[in-house]
Design a protein around this ligand. Structure first.
Ligand code: PEP
Ligand code: MG
Length: 883
């Protein structure tokens, strides 16, 4: 096979289509070459080299070396320079580039090819000896760190020492001779650390760097990043070797990064940062504060350093033409990297830009308006899970904000929590249940676990494209970056904000949409959904077949669900209506009763309360279907435990505390999830279900009369294993309906159906459907009972299962389509064979998980039901599944 793909001079072996093989960076470099854009020539070692390397005990495949030689020769001929040449040396960069972007996770080496001889050639060619030796010392430091394992601090120490003895403050005051001296010191330090000299042979350097990049695929932070982002290790990374261009060749040189639209808001504005006389990584590293690209944004930011538009008008104009071309070509917002070398623009990278959920919506909707994409494209483009970011609360605007300081609005949303200065500590405190704000001078890839654990991130340094900003946006964490007035002292565990001291453990609030930092906790409000959201959801609704309902009990949740577009309630868990402290007493009485006579007073108290609940729910849902599940929970959820609770219930029942304790002990179970719960409660205490059915029917008739249309509730029996259970309970419910009809002079309309939550029910769905008028898959319990894994106790070993690849995902989050899914498919098929057109839904947590929604679409379910906030996610996922 072919291991190496070249690009340059207006042509390339590859293209954007070959992303899996060339990685994102390599594929897009090839594509830009094919488009005729100015790209320094180079070549890509494919991801298959990486895979072969790891499959073969870290040995390269045969033929690779010859292909690299040929590709390098071609680069030499394009640029007219030779690798290792004393007069006119070609220098290259060596970078990783996986299929999915993994910002900052893997290693990069720049200025490769420099040695004691070529540095003189570079000095001559550039006419700038200082530049040449500055590049050489950068190369020695980077290469030593990445390839030789001699860390940055060695070199930073030497630089500091040199500056101190020479009385130099700024790097820019270092002369050529200073750098020459430092290069000698750097090399001596490497030789001392390694016992052998810094490699002078450019070819040895090249293979060293290639090996380091492939090696970095398996470094700890890359492994962690892949785990967090579900990127398989088998994908491998590509390695891109590319002729160097220099943004640090004087004041007509620069380097920068840009987004073709604003990645925070989606506004159609060219947006980015650049640094004059700087090299590639300086911008992203957040070491110097970068300048604006456009005059407009410089003015808006109140900055007096000139923008690129003002400082380099010709290169800027070319950059504008290039970005427009790229956006039109990719039909998506691009994130680009460029360098200007002595006035000439070079493109180093383009990729679809990461963006906030809000920006993603706006860009997709705008692009439909601009005719770049169609509605189906727009619907396909939005990650349903990302909508979460839009649907969550922001800070209450009516609340006085005591703003301590401002930084950049790097990632939207708001969060409060205790200040933590260290990522490991952030992870620990979050695991202990604290809300954490991670505060760092700047973040690096080593901090991702802390950022993930934190509610929000605050940094004192770095721009909108800094590591903190990019990663927080990707994770959906609010972030304020570059809050320059904050002085952080890690050793004392405090930060000073304009004279005010805030210590680790103090509570602060950050607003990542405004860039504000506040002391204490600020209350939040529900989000207002934008017009873009409405448009996109409208398109999604046109494409989807699955209906989307919500799991909701309270009128408030039902209203939220309707606002988010729920088309009914798929699961009203009646026991959730009982947790109110005023009701719980009556419920406890009901449960603890020894017989119907003792139970009656409790049921009499609960009936009007339940009826009232259902009246409100039917009113809010006004004609939309409402599925009400009769009492289901394991009994232990309602048994009194604390001495106080026991005393209270004893008093209200007029019995001794001992009697209560004894009854609770009788009802206690070893395995409550598999015990006296679900329809088993209805079988043994039918009066409870009868009370609930009565409350439902009376409420339905009442609301029907009031609203002038029939209300047809769906009465749902949980945890059915056999048809016989359902026959008995349906009989009782129908009898209640008969009684209500006699009393109210009107027959209630209703359906009686069942949850399918046990493997036996799925297998016997054919006969159960003779009685059941609808099915709803309770995949929480169905997962629990299929795996035999307790829903409540899985956490202790789940991580080990995910880490060892036994589970790809937590099966309680994303449906196990093979096993549990097969039972669902069997249940649907057998149920519909008996009762064609049987209405079938799902109401486990999986109803709001995009992959599980796709499964439901494929298997012909009628609807999914999920928590109100996930309704939009399910609507969009359903549309994508149908497209
Ligand atoms: C289920 O089991 O999937 C379900 C929806 O019921 P619950 O979570 O209330 O047990
Ligand atoms: Mg259940």
């Amino acid at each position: 096979s072919k291991w190496v793909y070249g690009f340059g001079d207006g042509a390339a072996d590859g293209s954007a289509e070959l992303r899996d093989l060339l990685g994102g960076k390599g594929a897009n470099l090839a594509e830009m070459c094919n488009l005729g854009l100015p790209v320094p020539p180079g070549f890509t070692l494919t991801t298959e080299v990486c895979t072969a390397y790891y499959d073969n005990d870290r040995r390269y495949p045969e033929g690779l070396e010859a292909e690299v030689d040929a590709a390098l020769a071609r680069v030499e001929s394009i640029v007219g320079m030779r690798f290792g040449d004393a007069e006119s040396p070609l220098l290259v960069s060596v970078r990783s580039g996986a299929r999915a972007s993994m910002p900052g996770m893997m290693d990069t080496v720049l200025n490769l090819g420099l040695n004691d001889v070529t540095v003189e050639g570079l000095a001559k060619r550039s006419g700038d000896r200082r530049f040449a030796y500055d590049s050489y010392r950068r190369f020695i430091q980077m290469y030593s760190d990445v390839v030789l394992g001699v860390g940055h601090h060695h070199f930073e120490d030497l630089l500091e020492q040199h500056k101190e003895t020479q009385g130099i403050v700024l790097d820019t005051d270092m002369t050529a001779d200073d750098w020459v001296e430092l290069v000698a010191a750097f090399k001596a330090r490497v030789a001392e650390a390694l016992g052998e000299p810094f490699p002078q042979d450019p070819r040895a350097q090249l293979w060293g760097a290639i090996g380091a990049v492939f090696g970095s695929w398996m470094n700890q932070r890359a492994v962690t990043y892949r785990r967090l982002h579900d990127i398989p290790a088998a994908w491998g990374t590509a390695v891109n070797v590319q002729a160097m261009v220099f943004g640090n060749m004087g004041d007509d040189s620069a380097t920068g990064v840009a987004f073709t639209r604003d990645p925070s808001t989606g506004e159609k504005l060219f947006f980015g940062e650049f640094l004059i006389n700087a090299q590639g990584e300086d911008v992203v590293a957040g070491i110097r504060t970068p300048q604006h690209l456009t005059k407009r944004s410089r003015e808006a930011g109140g900055d007096d350093q000139p923008s690129m538009e003002e400082a380099m008008p010709a290169a800027f104009a070319e950059l504008v033409a290039v970005y427009k071309r790229l956006e039109a070509h990719y039909r998506d917002m691009q994130d680009i990297e460029f360098t200007v070398q002595q006035g000439k623009l070079w493109m180093l990278q383009t990729r679809n830009g990461k963006r906030t959920a809000k920006a993603a919506l706006r860009i997709a909707v705008d692009m439909v308006g601009e005719g770049l994409i169609d509605e189906a494209d727009a619907v396909r483009r939005i990650d349903p899970a990302s909508l979460d970011q839009l649907l969550h609360p922001t800070l209450d605007p009516t609340f006085e904000r005591d703003v301590l300081t401002r930084g950049l609005p790097a990632s939207p949303g708001a969060a409060s929590g205790i200040v933590v200065f260290d990522s490991d500590e952030a992870e620990r405190r979050a695991a202990a249940g604290d809300d954490v704000i991670l505060v760092r001078i700047e973040t690096s890839p080593e901090d991702i676990h802390g950022m993930h654990a934190a509610r929000g991130i605050l940094t004192s340094r770095g721009g909108m494209t800094s590591h903190a900003a990019v990663v927080a946006r990707g994770m959906g964490r609010p972030c304020v970056s570059g809050a320059g007035s904050i002085r952080i002292d890690y050793s004392k565990q405090v930060m000073l904000i304009l004279g005010e001291e805030i210590a680790a453990g103090d509570v602060i609030t950050i607003d990542g949409s405004k860039g504000e930092v506040m002391r204490g906790r600020v209350p939040t409000v529900q989000p207002e959904l934008s017009g873009d959201f409405g448009n996109l959801m409208g398109w999604a609704d046109k494409f989807r077949r699955l209906k989307v309902r919500a799991n909701a009990e309270t009128p408030l949740d039902a209203e939220t669900a309707r606002k988010f577009g729920a088309e009914g309630i798929g699961l009203c868990r009646t026991e959730h209506m009982f947790f109110d402290p005023e009701r719980i007493m009556a419920v406890r009485q009901m449960i603890l009763a020894h017989d119907s006579a003792e139970r009656k007073p409790a049921l009499d108290k609960l009936l009007p309360v339940q009826r009232g609940d259902f009246v409100s729910l039917f009113e809010v849902m006004a004609g939309l279907p409402v599925t009400i599940r009769l009492l289901d929970p394991p009994l232990h959820e309602f048994l009194p435990r604390e001495a106080e609770e026991i005393a209270e219930i004893a008093a209200s029942l007029g019995v001794s505390e001992d009697a209560v304790r004894q009854r609770a002990a009788e009802l206690a179970e070893f395995n409550p999830m598999l015990g006296h719960r679900g329809c088993r409660l209805g079988i043994s205490f039918p009066d409870i279900y009868e009370m609930q059915a009565r409350a439902i029917f009376e409420a339905a008739i009442e609301v029907g009369r009031k609203l002038g249309h029939t209300v047809e509730p769906e009465v749902m029996i949980p945890l059915i294993a056999t048809k016989r259970e359902l026959d008995i309970l349906k009989g009782k419910i129908v009898a209640v309906a008969d009684a209500v009809e006699r009393e109210m002079g009107e027959r209630p309309h209703f359906l009686v159906g069942t949850m399918i939550e046990l493997p036996r029910a799925a297998l016997r769905a054919g006969e159960i459907a003779e009685t059941a008028e609808f099915f709803s898959f309770g995949t929480n319990d169905l997962t629990q009972t299929t795996y035999g894994i307790s829903r409540d106790d899985a956490a202790s070993f789940l991580n080990a299962y995910v880490e060892q690849g036994i589970f790809a995902n937590d099966p309680f989050v994303s449906l196990d389509q093979d096993g549990v899914g097969e039972l669902v498919a069997i249940g649907v098929e057998r149920g519909r064979k008996t009762r064609p057109g049987l209405k079938v839904g799902i109401c486990g947590e999986h109803g709001g998980d995009p992959a599980s929604v796709a499964f439901c679409e494929k298997n012909g379910l009628d609807y999914v039901s999920c928590s109100p906030y996930r309704v939009p996610i399910a609507r969009l996922a359903a549309a994508q599944a149908a497209l």
